[in-house]
Design a binder for this molecule. Structure first.
Ligand code: GLU
Ligand code: MG
Length: 437
């Protein structure tokens, strides 16, 4: 059998799935310039496969152009290597297509830079269920669970590193057969590229071991959620940390506080992008270390925006370097490009409008009843994707973030996904998503 080396180029699309086409490796030079042909309606391909609705019909041509910096080339002991690029959807004249998820993030980062001169440093912490390990009682965080996943963790961390991403940690999580992988923070667009690469490495390694890495936010309605937590901080052109000010509210600098205020303000709306599946909302429920309110909490894993701890800082500069916020209203049904883009657009709106954080309440957030939490400036998160899509529709700024046509397409896309679930009960809905993610 003669084999031809193929390289895949994909985008992590509106469904949060990497989709694209492969080309012979021998053509790489030309493909890096012109990419592969794509059509507008490709972006409307649903989580479940079919295009349920599209404003684009059957017409139009685009190029999916690899970004050379994203190259993944990871050999495995037997069978084909992982060889892929992530890319941008461009018009045939080469300009970025205004519905391209990766370009949505690029535009958000440009807006941040324009408003503040700052960049975003981010790292995605992703939870998943590995099916190649037996679930036994007592396994959360246990060495025994860590041992029993056998080669998966080491092969995953090795694949991530070989793909050009620096692994941070791998651990047995709280849920049955649940694990978490974290990578080191990196700047801008690359942080989302790395989140996509880490997910694909998890799927690729699990598959080679004859199993699955399931990143679906909830495998069953009353289970333990798989969150995707986005750690982020702001930094200057030279990488100088700009998020920390010991004298500021919650230790935040003025610019970071306004950014966080924007994120909290727009959180119900951006949930439609960062927690964008029907399954996402089984996760955003009480008592599972997932957020349920639009609240900022210091070192609180129930908060939607968490001020993370600083560990044994050597000095003030080290504390400033470590200091970061964690956005927890996200899961793997979201494209990291769309999720990080929405987060940044919301933060930039906070900066532009000089939004302020609610005053720190006198009592602990969870000691207050719901009315007191509301009086302290928090709102419950959307209870469903439908709620979140309504909040997005009621947010005029979203028209600027997306552009009117992209926003309408996004609403159409997500509405048709909800329609496709009609008739399924909660268990059936989770199962449908678990088969995909
Ligand atoms: N599994 C939780 C979630 O859905 C998070 C647990 C943790 O804090 O690591 O987000
Ligand atoms: Mg975790």
């Amino acid at each position: 059998m003669q084999r031809e080396d193929l390289i895949f180029v994909g985008t992590c699309d509106l469904a949060g799935l990497v989709r694209g086409k492969a080309f012979p490796a021998a053509d790489a030079a030309a493909r890096l310039r012109r990419g592969v042909g794509f059509t507008h309606s490709n972006i409307m391909m649903s989580a479940f496969g079919p295009i349920y609705a599209t404003p684009f019909g059957t017409e139009g041509d685009l190029m999916l152009v690899p970004d050379e910096t994203t190259m993944v080339q990871v050999p495995f002991d037997d069978g084909p290597s992982e060889r892929f690029y992530l890319g941008d959807l461009r018009a045939t004249d080469g300009g970025y297509w205004d519905h391209c998820p990766r370009h949505f993030l690029r535009r958000a980062l440009d807006a941040l830079h324009e408003a503040t001169g700052l960049s975003l440093l981010a790292a995605f912490e992703q939870e998943l269920v590995y099916t190649g390990v037996e679930d036994r009682p007592g396994s959360p965080y246990s060495l025994d669970m860590f041992r029993r996943q056998n080669a998966f963790g080491e092969a995953l961390m090795g694949a991530i590193r070989q793909a050009g991403v620096v692994p941070d940690s791998f651990l047995p999580e709280y849920g049955p057969r649940q694990f978490e992988m974290t990578v080191k923070p990196t700047i801008g667009l690359r942080a989302a590229d790395e989140a996509v690469i880490a997910r694909e490495m998890a799927r690729g390694v699990a598959w080679r071991l004859g199993h699955r890495a399931i990143l679906c936010p909830m495998l069953e309605p009353d289970g333990v959620g798989n969150g995707t937590h986005i750690h982020f901080s702001l930094c200057g052109p030279d990488g100088a940390p700009a998020t920390h000010d010991p004298a500021g509210p919650h230790g935040l600098s003025a610019v970071a506080a306004a950014f966080a205020a924007g994120v909290l303000h727009h959180m119900p709306a951006i949930a439609a992008v960062t927690a964008p599946s029907a399954a996402s909302y089984y996760r955003l429920t009480p008592n599972r270390w997932a957020p349920t309110w639009t609240n900022l909490g210091e070192r609180d894993r129930g908060a939607s925006l968490r001020v993370c701890p600083v560990f044994a800082p050597e000095d003030d500069a080290d504390a400033a370097r470590q200091f970061n916020l964690e956005y927890r209203v996200c899961d793997a049904s979201a494209s990291p490009y769309m999720a990080l883009g929405a987060l940044v657009f919301a933060g930039v709106d906070g900066i532009r409008k000089g939004m302020a954080l609610p005053a720190a309440p006198a009592r602990g957030f969870w000691d207050m009843d719901e009315a007191e939490r509301a009086a302290a400036g928090a709102r419950p998160l959307p209870r469903s994707l439908d709620d979140a899509l309504r909040a997005l529709a009621a947010t005029p700024e979203a028209g600027e973030w997306f552009g009117a046509r992209f926003l309408a397409a996004y609403q159409m896309f997500k509405r048709s996904e909800l329609q496709a679930l009609e008739g399924l009960d909660d268990r059936g809905i989770c199962a449908r998503y678990a088969a995909v993610y």
